[in-house]
Design a protein around this ligand. Sequence first.
Ligand code: ATP
Length: 252
Amino acid sequence: MTAPPLLSVRGLNKAYGALRVTDDVSFDVAEGELHAIIGPNGAGKTTLIHQLSGRLASDGGTVRFAGSDVTRLSMEERVRRGLARSFQITSILDGFTVLENAALAVQARSGSSFRFFRPAARETRLNEAAMAALAQVKLDDRAHRRAGSLSHGEKRQLEIAVALATGARLLLLDEPLAGTGHEETAVLVDLMQALKETHTIVLIEHDMDAVFALADRVSVLVYGRLIATGTPADVRSNREVRAAYLGEEEAA
Ligand SMILES: Nc1ncnc2c1ncn2[C@@H]1O[C@H](COP(=O)(O)OP(=O)(O)OP(=O)(O)O)[C@@H](O)[C@H]1O
């Protein structure tokens, strides 16, 4: 018997007026899988991530996570259950230290569960959990620096640490490689490779080398519709995908 998927999306829809941005999207993500969603600009990838994270309400369809229907749950409730989107750089608090940024996320996850500790012990526990998240993204040596002083790539690492610090089981990563230089890309790809050992990941990414190196399965979104889901090799050789997307990229 195969294990039920950790994330199961069925018939998801979203329209802005007459524009169907998410059109009857269905796919599953198994526990431990890195599932990439690719597609041309404006295909609806970010909208789909917002629907999965709960930032955007869907017009129809269902999102099930860890066996429960979360379609109508708030973003906060989904985070509490372990479904977390990496927060965009804009949500990093530049004036706070790297450690404080991660500790705030731990605090958000823990709700009242730290209230039994005295303040000093509470702070120690929060900082330990935050340091563990920073160590996972190899930012522990930057813990006491102001977040605003980090490089672009390091901020991307911190975004992922913040999602990890919420206790995420499934990470929704929206273009973590956007705007990163060659070396930063290599660091982040290594980081995602390591995270695959501990987390299920849905990755939206334009960098095809990274997608094909990291993904267990790839879904291709074109005009809001999933035209293919399969292994990287299946998707790469799919004629419809090549015509609609990859061929076009290679020709560019
Ligand atoms: N709030 C909105 N109101 C109206 N149209 C919107 C809104 N948000 C997105 N759209 C439209 O929905 C479509 C999908 O946008 P979305 O940002 O989800 O695509 P994307 O695949 O993430 O694009 P990119 O790869 O360029 O980031 C686009 O045509 C966009 O203009």
